[in-house]
Each structure stands twice: as structure tokens, then as C-alpha cells.
Design a protein around this ligand. Structure first.
Ligand code: XMP
Length: 513
């Protein structure tokens, strides 16, 4: 994002760094994350209105602890250090950090002891979240204590004149009840940010950027039916109209009626042309006889690339490939922890842009998932579509365990549709991150009426999560489970047993394959 007021967050390895960016954006100011060892020239190019130093697992004195490459406190830019960031302030300004007499993890009651712009409006005895082993034992030069807790006499510090602040607690986490106000005070009052950054302003800026980048060239966009590619396509279409060519490949592994819903949304709702390619044959023949999950993924990826590549041959002078890449993927590849995205590396159909020699257009490289959803709503994409649960690229191919057949696909599509319908009717859909049915290659005996049955087992799964990296199994009410089970067994020939998956991630994964 150019020409936008920015807060720069330097990442020292905290698990909460992304949350800082999200919370700052929630107060309407754009924030971006860079590694702690950012070059000075890069920082100057970003030209931030303020800098936030994240927390981190290290101790400032330990060997190999992350330190910025230059003195960030001498730039004349306001700084807020959080936890490890606070300790860095002390370390560089002649203070002292020691292992705390009492470590603090969890809720702590913070008392404001000195009037100051950072904690203005925060109630006395505010509940904040702590997670630290080290703490300040000597004040850095030129600073004063502005808040304490029972166990940390120096819990927040300030050099009001130089606009440098440090807090031991984590204002970015949910359990810091007044944390958002602290961040708001920092970015608005101390850094003086006045712009309002939100979905609406993002759309205006992004449309201009897309036009400037693309000029008169054509853009190809693969529509998977997922939220990210859908919102990207609608946004890009708003920017460049018919220079955008959308292709949807119906793999035959989609949820029930999904391909026609996608077609209707684009063609009828948005009056955008979309080329739908029926790829059932290619996918099914590529999957014939394959039962290993990774080989299935490879077969599906190959069929997808072959069909997509073939379809784009007909699009003259296309120079760009639009993708719905999100900010967490971008950050993960540059974060202090190094590329921590290995768990998800198998999720993307690799090799597509290289093979097709196209430039990448990624309008959401700087957005979080919920921001993309907001942009989608603003662009008029219906709520039910924008709030859809994530769906894996290989689709039902990895939800039919073992070998796939057309019969099994139909059975699973119907079971999945009943499952989602019942969850929606019970008003639970939006509480759940992802819910789906899985068809197991296990047959068991049952009785229906006077008849003995010997049919497949269907597992139903529902999880809550914020990013899919970790997840909790969802405590589905018994009456809803009962309805789901009885409808699936009664209405679908081929399934005579339903089980509910109560595995969290870790140790499980969300998908079964
Ligand atoms: P797992 O099963 O790894 O899933 O816990 C985490 C999230 O990623 C989705 N997922 C995939 N998405 N291609 C994708 O595009 C894949 O091969 C794939 N495998 C899992 C999964 O649905 C969940 O949202």
C-alpha cells in the first residue's frame, strides 16, 4: 500500500506479532510487519508514522538474541516496545533487565501511576495479559514508570518527550481488556495518524494500484469457489473490467452444486463472464487406482494445471495471473522464525505461474482473511458466500479416504450437504471455522427395518480456529448431532453409520488426509 499512513511492526519472534497488526488495523490505521533486522534504507522507504517492537521468546542479553541493525530510538519516530520490545528499550538506554523474581503468565491488574498519553482513558486496575520471564530492574535513562502491577513494579515506561514507550503486558491479545485503547492512543495521539484505513479506503487504493500495474494487459484469474479468489476477481473486475478473464475448473470434487453456484454468482449477480471447464473426466482418470493422499494431491494438482494451462492458451496477450495470496502467507515466508509455513506447503497448486510465465497480481498480499471478507461484503458479494468455510484445493478428493469413485463422490456430496444444512438451520454455521463430512472406507453392519445393511461409515467434523494452523473440535449439541445422523442414514443409501470426530489440531489435522 503506497500513500497510506503506516505503522511499522518489527517482529522479534512473538507468537502475537500478527495480532498487533490486526489490532492496529482495527483502529483504522494500516500496519505492516517486517523482520527485526530490517535495513535502514527499507525503513526510510516505508516512512512509518510509528514503530512497534513486538514481543519475542529471547532474553535481550542472550547470545543470538535479535537486535535491530541500527538505533531505532534515534530516528525521531515514536516507538512502542511490547514485552521483549520494552526490554530492548532498557537494554539500549542504560537500563537493566533481569530474570523476574516472579514470572507472570496470564491476567494481571495494571495500575496507572503517572498521567501519560499512552494510558490515557485506561481504567485503574485494568486487566491486561502478561507473558514474561524477564523484567526491568533498573529504569533506562530519561524514562519514568507509568504503570505497575503487583509483581512488576515497572510494568510500563515512557520518555514522553522522545515519544518512546514500553509496556510489559501484551495490549494486542484478546484478554487485555483495554489493550486496543492503548494501541489506539499510541497510533492516534502519540504518532498522530489521522487517516482512516478500512475496507472502503482499501478498495479505492487497490483499484488504482491494479490499474497502474496492469495498464491495458489482460489478467487471468482461476476461481476455485473460495472466498479469496472470488473477492479478488470482483475487485480486479471493478478495476479493469473485461481485461479480466475468469476461469473456473469444475473438478467434479466440489461440494454439491458448488460449480453452478459460482457460475450464477459471477454471471448473474455480477454480470461478469466466466469460463467454466468441465474437468470431471481428466480428474477422475488421473485419480483412478490412486489411494495414497499425497499421490492424490499430486494427481489433482496435475489435472488442474493441465486444464488451466490449456484454457489460458486461448486467452490472447494475458500477462498476469491473479491470486488470492493473503498477508499471513507473506509474513510467514519472511518472519524471524523463518518460513514456518511447512504445514501448509502442500496446499497450493505449485508451479502454475512459473509454467505459464505470467506475472502475479496479488491484491490481498497485505490483508488478513477477515479483512478480505469485509472487502467482499463492501463489493456486494452476498453474505452466505463471503462467510463460507474454507475448502481445500483438492476438494472431496481428500475427504473420501482411499480410492475415489463417482458413486462415493455423490454419496459424500449428499451427506455433506445435509450436514451443512443442519448446522446452518441450528444457527451454528458462523460459530464454526470449518465443518465437513468425510467418507471412510469402512463398512459395518446395521439393520434398517427388517433388513440387514452393510454400508460405509461417514465421519462428521467441525472445528473452531482462527487460521487453520491450530484448531479445537467443536462441541456440537447432541440434538443437532442426532438430527444430522438420522437424516444422513435415512436419506443416503450407502451410509449406515455416522461418527463425530473429537480430535483437535494438533495432534490431528483438520482434514483426514
Ligand atoms: P490441515 O488438514 O492441514 O488443514 O490441518 C488446514 C487447512 O488447510 C486446508 N487444507 C488444504 N487446502 N489444499 C488446500 O488448498 C490442500 O491440499 C489442503 N489440505 C488441507 C484445510 O481444509 C484447512 O482449512
Amino acid at each position: 500500500m503506497e500513500n497510506v499512513e503506516k505503522i511499522l511492526i518489527l517482529d522479534f519472534g512473538s507468537q502475537y506479532t500478527q495480532l498487533i497488526a490486526r489490532k492496529v488495523r482495527e483502529v483504522g490505521v494500516f500496519a505492516e510487519i517486517h523482520p527485526f533486522n530490517i535495513e535502514k534504507a527499507k525503513l526510510e522507504e516505508i516512512n512509518p508514522k510509528g514503530i512497534i517492537l513486538s514481543g519475542g521468546p529471547s532474553s535481550v542479553y542472550s547470545e543470538g538474541a535479535p537486535h535491530p541493525l541500527f538505533n531505532v530510538f534515534e530516528l525521531g519516530i515514536p516507538v512502542l516496545g511490547i514485552c521483549y520490545g520494552l526490554q530492548l528499550i532498557a537494554f539500549t538506554q542504560n537500563g537493566q533487565v533481569d530474570a523476574a523474581a516472579k514470572r507472570e503468565y496470564g491476567k494481571a491488574i495494571v495500575n496507572v501511576v503517572e498521567d501519560n498519553p499512552l494510558l490515557k482513558g485506561i481504567s485503574n486496575n485494568a486487566q491486561m495479559w502478561m507473558s514474561h520471564g524477564d523484567s526491568l530492574s533498573k529504569m533506562p535513562d530519561g524514562f519514568e514508570t507509568i504503570a505497575n502491577t503487583e509483581n512488576a513494579p515497572i510494568c510500563a515506561i515512557a520518555n514522553i518527550e522522545k515519544k518512546i514507550y514500553g509496556v510489559q503486558f501484551h495490549p494486542e491479545v484478546h484478554h487485555s481488556l483495554e489493550g486496543k485503547k492503548v494501541l489506539e492512543n499510541f497510533v492516534r495521539t502519540i504518532c498522530g495518524c489521522v487517516d482512516v484505513w478500512n475496507a472502503e479506503s482499501f478498495i479505492d487504493i487497490a483499484i488504482q494500484e491494479i490499474r497502474d500495474k496492469v495498464g491495458m494487459e489482460k489478467v487471468i484469474c482461476g476461481l476455485s469457489g473460495g472466498v479469496d479468489s472470488t473477492v479478488a476477481a470482483v475487485l480486479i473486475h471493478k478495476a479493469i473490467g473485461d481485461q479480466l478473464h475468469c476461469i473456473h475448473i469444475d473438478s467434479g470434487l466440489m461440494r454439491m452444486n458448488e460449480s453452478s453456484e459460482i457460475y450464477d454468482l459471477f454471471q448473474k449477480h455480477f454480470d461478469m463472464s466466466i469460463e467454466v471447464i468441465n474437468g470431471h473426466e481428466t480428474f477422475y482418470s488421473g485419480l483412478a487406482g490412486v489411494s495414497d493422499p499425497e499421490l492424490k494431491r499430486k494427481a489433482i494438482g496435475k489435472a488442474f494445471i493441465d486444464l488451466f494451462d490449456g484454457a489460458t492458451q486461448g486467452v490472447d496477450s494475458a500477462k498476469w495471473l491473479a491470486q488470492g495470496t493473503l498477508y499471513p502467507d507473506v509474513i510467514e515466508s519472511v518472519s524471524v522464525k523463518g518460513p514456518s509455513a511447512t504445514i501448509k506447503s502442500h496446499h497450493n497448486v505449485g508451479g502454475l505461474p512459473e509454467k505459464m510465465n505470467l506475472k502475479l497480481l496479488e491484491p490481498f498480499r497485505e490483508l488478513f482473511k477477515d479483512e478480505v471478507r469485509e472487502v467482499g461484503c463492501m463489493l456486494g458479494i452476498p453474505d452466505w458466500f463471503v462467510k463460507r468455510h474454507p475448502f481445500p484445493g483438492p476438494g472431496l478428493g481428500i475427504r473420501i479416504l482411499g480410492e475415489i469413485s463417482e458413486d462415493k463422490i455423490e454419496i459424500l456430496q449428499r451427506a455433506d450437504a445435509i450436514y451443512l444444512e443442519e448446522i446452518t438451520k441450528a444457527g451454528l454455521y458462523d460459530e464454526i471455522w470449518q465443518a465437513f463430512a468425510v467418507l471412510l472406507p469402512v463398512k459395518s453392519v446395521g439393520v434398517m427395518g427388517d433388513e440387514r445393511t452393510y454400508e460405509f461409515t461417514c465421519a462428521v467434523r467441525a472445528v473452531t480456529s482462527t487460521d487453520g494452523m491450530t484448531a479445537e473440535w467443536y462441541p456440537m449439541p447432541y440434538d443437532v448431532l442426532e438430527k444430522i445422523s438420522s437424516r444422513i442414514i435415512n436419506e443416503i443409501k450407502g451410509i449406515n453409520r455416522v461418527v463425530y470426530d473429537i480430535t483437535s489440531k494438533p495432534p490431528g489435522t483438520i482434514e483426514w488426509e
